[in-house]
Every structure is written in structure tokens, then in C-alpha cells.
Design a protein around this ligand. Structure first.
Ligand SMILES: [Ca+2]
Length: 267
């Protein structure tokens, strides 16, 4: 793949002011509060990807449900930008020049790509946008953003899952265009359900102790990588904010996709 044509016009990173906090607009508060910018990145061919700012903070990770993991305090000291949506098929096509997905649709989440394939996608994006790094979220970053300040089963409470998520009970055994369901409190779509989302981390048991900027299983890492959020194929239990699974980084599934993290600077 020569890549030249696909990347024409893709170098610009556009900054848009997020209007999520009305207080930021008040005179005198602009300098007192950290900036909160949504970002839109060009992928080529007029295709873009939207990112939501996630501020540093602490949260309680995990849950105490059967099969759950120890609840423990996690602090993330660095902010980041997380994809507003799962990566779509037209976004994958714009960057990689192909579309491996089983359930075709330009706005549907890309699937049938491996964890390793995702690394190739993110590497290409990073190479094309000097000064920015694109990567997968850590498992802690993913749950922090999914919870969006909540401590309940889901980011919106304990019920009404169908308003926020595609799952086995409403998806008719296929994917759907991203963003059709309600967003979570931080403006992220389809964190619950739609497709599972690859995380950067190796899969393993949680530590019960408080952690800062964790990056996955401690000790000798295994081969498997973390999956989060459940999918159109799964029952509501697996769509919990703390629900998790694992996958072989070389494996493919029509129920597995991903979303990107954008951070400033080299990796
Ligand atoms: Ca998802």
C-alpha cells in the first residue's frame, strides 16, 4: 500500500472547544479551570475521528459481583483523549485500505481485526500526525471513562440498558451504526455493548491494593489481552462497567472492535 493518496489532507488536527461545562464559559473561570477540548482528527478522504477529553482523577475499579474483581482505588495522573465512538469501518478503510468486517456498514464498528492489526492502525495514525500518539486505552483508562464518575452496574445506573447499548436482547445478532444509543455522562457512545473493545493490557487478575496509572497484569504477563464492554452477542451481565474478558492478540471475532486513545507527544 502506498498510502500517499489516502493521507492527503489528513495531517491537520482540528481543535474544537467542548461545551460540556457551562461554567468554563463564565468570565474569569477560563484560566482557573483546565482546558477541555474535544478533538477531531482527519484520516483522509474526508473521514474524521472524534475524541473526548478525559481528565485525570481517581475512581473505584472493579465490582464485587460473582466473577467480578476486587474493588480498588485507581488514580490516573494523566489526562487523555478517548474516541467518542468505536472505530468504524469507514475509518478503518481510510487508514488501512481494507475492511475485514463481517457485518458491513461504513458507520458500523470495524470487527474481525486482531489486536495486532489494531496496533498497525494506531501506528499509521501516529506516523501521520507528528506530535500525537495514538494507542489503545489501558484497562483502567477504559473503565474510568466508562464509569464517568458512576459507581453503579452501568454508567447510567442499574437498568435501562437497551437505551444505551446493543446487546444480545436487542441487536438481532449483528452490529449497528455507532452512536445510535445514548452516550454515557462523559459523552462516550457504545462503551456498553455493540462490540467488545481491545485494551492495551495483558489479561490477568487484578491487584486488590490501591494503584496509580496501572498498566495491566502484574508479574509475568501472559499472551492474552483485555477485552471490555461486552457486545451485541452478550447478555447484560457482561456489559457491566467492570465486566471483562480476554482474547488472543491474533484472534478475530465479529463481536470485537476497539476505540483509540490520543495523547500528546511521542509514545
Ligand atoms: Ca463497545
Amino acid at each position: 500500500m502506498d498510502g500517499q493518496g489516502r493521507w492527503v489532507g489528513s495531517g491537520a488536527v482540528h481543535l474544537l472547544w467542548a461545551l460540556t461545562l457551562a461554567g468554563l464559559a463564565a468570565a474569569g473561570e477560563k484560566e482557573a479551570l483546565p482546558k477541555s477540548e474535544a478533538m477531531t482528527v482527519g484520516l483522509g478522504g474526508g473521514v474524521t475521528m472524534d475524541f473526548v477529553p478525559i481528565r485525570p482523577g481517581s475512581f473505584l475499579m472493579g465490582d464485587e459481583r460473582p466473577g467480578g474483581v476486587p474493588v480498588h482505588k485507581v488514580t490516573l495522573t494523566k489526562g487523555f483523549h478517548l474516541g467518542k465512538h468505536e472505530v468504524t469501518q469507514e475509518q478503518w478503510q481510510a487508514v488501512m485500505g481494507d475492511n475485514p468486517s463481517r457485518s458491513k456498514g461504513p458507520k458500523n464498528p470495524v470487527e474481525m481485526m486482531t489486536w495486532d492489526d489494531c496496533q498497525g492502525f494506531l501506528k499509521k495514525l501516529t506516523e501521520k500526525h507528528p506530535g500525537q500518539t495514538f494507542r489503545l486505552p489501558t484497562e483502567a483508562e477504559w473503565e474510568y471513562a466508562c464509569r464517568a464518575g458512576s459507581t453503579t452496574r452501568y454508567s447510567f445506573g442499574d437498568g435501562a440498558l437497551g437505551e444505551y447499548a446493543w446487546h444480545s436482547g436487542n441487536a438481532s445478532r449483528t452490529t449497528h451504526p455507532v452512536g445510535e444509543k445514548k452516550a454515557n455522562p462523559w459523552g462516550l457512545y457504545d462503551m456498553h455493548g455493540s462490540v467488545w473493545e481491545w485494551c492495551e493490557d495483558h489479561y490477568g487478575p487484578y491487584q486488590a491494593e490501591e494503584q496509580t496509572d496501572p498498566t495491566g497484569a502484574s508479574g509475568k504477563p501472559g499472551r492474552m489481552r483485555v477485552l471490555r464492554g461486552g457486545s451485541w452477542l452478550n447478555d447484560p451481565e457482561l456489559l457491566r462497567s467492570a465486566g471483562r474478558s480476554d482474547g488472543d492478540p491474533g484472534g478475530r471475532s465479529a463481536a470485537i472492535g476497539f476505540r483509540a486513545v490520543l495523547v500528546p507527544g511521542p509514545r
